[in-house]
Design a protein around this ligand. Structure first.
Ligand SMILES: *Cc1c(COP(=O)(O)O)cnc(C)c1O
Ligand SMILES: [Zn+2]
Length: 443
């Protein structure tokens, strides 16, 4: 069974997964990993694959306990098991957002908690595949000195952790002062070479592409389609969690647009193998301050123009020139897609309201939650649909956002759910009196 890289625009040529290549040499488009579907079909039918993958859930048999490597045959069948660098990522829970959904008339709303993982974001899913492949290449004698990425904070955290686990040097390029404290401290702790550049993400992306040109430093951004292979396992994992029922609608925040492309690829391949028969609708949620895909959607995808992204609280999607835009548009066309946006106030209010129902939402999840409320309110999501929102990171990585909201220091935003601590003398009579008033307010 052989997997290989191939141009997404269909140019001739197949490239080994151990070649150091990120773009089609003929047309410059991105590549994607293509698997030997015929061999997979010959091995098992759809039901057979479903049974096999189900049997591995929760296993401790290396590497199948991972939510990514459970699907090894669909992800990267050629990697030796002992080259795999895994922290048993994936396996994230579905949060039943009962109260939040009901507020908008939708009974069957679920949040896929991709931030409940080792480095706190879905980036772990792709990074396990990429670092495993690099590990195998180094073992087989390839001259790779280090692995590098540009990042809005979460990719670098994942790269740093996986590289440290494998003992491979890593380099991260971060836009100075544009990521959270937690995101900065993560690669510092894992021993990466951390470069804070005086530019934005798009600027860092340009530099890292130049630095990795001589092929001695391996590029770990999502233009490297190995990452997409790991991230696409969100699709089969969600379906397995619903006893092989495909949800009606999935909402996913989009920045560089690798993740939405991965989600679509996951569903398409499951359908090809007969694992599912239905496809979901896919909705991309963008921050209004970084919305080039939304603008393109509004003109029917007739054209796409990159923009200079404005500052947004959803810092991981502050991207104006998304590298995977072609893949994302193809995915949206195929999955009956919609793109909707959320303003700074809308994303902050949606995240805070959801928190009031037990979540702890990062700002990107806030963008998706806000888009959900808009689509449900205008009837683009029906009350009986099963909807899954992809939560991309853990709220704990975004304390500045949370604190700013509750201290009402985010300028231009009406923080209507702000909830400050009450400072009181240690006097039980006073405490009781205040509590009586506060409990009344909650009713
Ligand atoms: C990377 C990231 C995104 C965006 O994913 P893309 O593949 O760049 O579209 C969204 N949210 C968080 C928290 C991220 O880290
Ligand atoms: Zn090409």
């Amino acid at each position: 069974m052989n997997s290989y890289f191939k141009c997404i625009k269909g140019c001739e040529g197949q490239y080994s997964l151990t070649d150091i290549i990120y773009r089609c040499p003929k047309c410059g488009s991105l590549l994607q990993v293509t698997h030997d579907t015929e061999a997979l079909k010959a091995k098992l039918n759809g039901e057979g694959w479903n049974k096999l993958f189900a049997s591995r859930m929760g296993s401790t048999k290396w590497p199948y306990g991972s939510g990514v490597w459970r699907y090894k045959e669909l992800v990267a069948p050629e990697i030796d098991d002992d080259s795999i660098v895994s922290m048993y990522e994936g396996n994230s829970n579905l949060f039943y957002a009962k109260r939040f959904g009901q507020m908008f008339g939708v009974k069957d709303l679920w949040i896929k908690m991709c931030g409940n993982t080792h480095t706190g974001s879905f980036k772990d899913l792709g990074m396990t595949v990429l670092v495993s492949m690099v590990n195998q290449m180094i073992k087989k004698g390839k001259n790779i000195k280090a692995v590098a990425c540009a990042s809005t904070g979460d990719t670098s955290a994942a790269l740093a952790a996986y590289a440290a686990y494998a003992g491979i040097p890593s380099i991260v390029f971060l836009p100075a002062n544009k990521i959270t404290t937690a995101q900065l401290v993560q690669p510092m702790s894992n021993g990466s070479i951390v470069l804070a550049l005086d530019t934005d993400f798009d600027g860092c992306m340009k530099i890292v592409q130049q630095v990795t040109r001589n092929n001695e430093i391996y590029l770990a951004n999502s233009m490297n389609s190995l990452r997409v292979e790991g991230q696409k396992t969100i699709a089969p994992e969600i379906v397995q969690q619903f006893d092989m029922e495909v949800p009606d609608t999935i909402i996913i925040p989009g920045g560089n647009l690798g993740n939405v492309s991965a989600l679509g690829k996951g569903f398409k391949e499951m359908k090809e193998l007969g694992m599912i028969s239905k496809m979901p609708r896919i909705i991309v949620a963008q921050a209004q301050n970084a919305n080039p895909l939304y603008t393109s959607y509004k003109n029917g995808f007739e054209s796409f123009s990159s923009i200079s992204a404005k500052k947004t609280l959803a810092s991981a999607i502050q991207i104006g020139d998304p590298v995977s835009v072609d893949k994302a548009i193809a995915t949206l066309k195929e999955f009956n897609g919609i793109v909707e946006q959320a303003s700074e106030e809308e994303l902050a209010e949606a995240a805070a309201l959801a928190d009031r129902t037990g979540m702890y939402s990062c700002p990107h999840t806030g963008v998706a939650l806000s888009v959900f409320t808009k689509l449900a309110s205008r009837g683009d999501i029906a009350s009986d649909e099963r909807v899954v929102i992809i939560s991309t990171a853990h709220g704990l990585k975004f304390s500045e956002f949370k604190v700013g909201y509750h201290e009402e220091t985010i300028s231009g935003i009406n923080c209507s759910h702000a909830n400050k601590p009450i400072e009181l003398a240690a006097d039980s009579d006073l405490v009781l009196k205040v509590l009586e008033e506060e409990i009344k307010k909650l009713k």
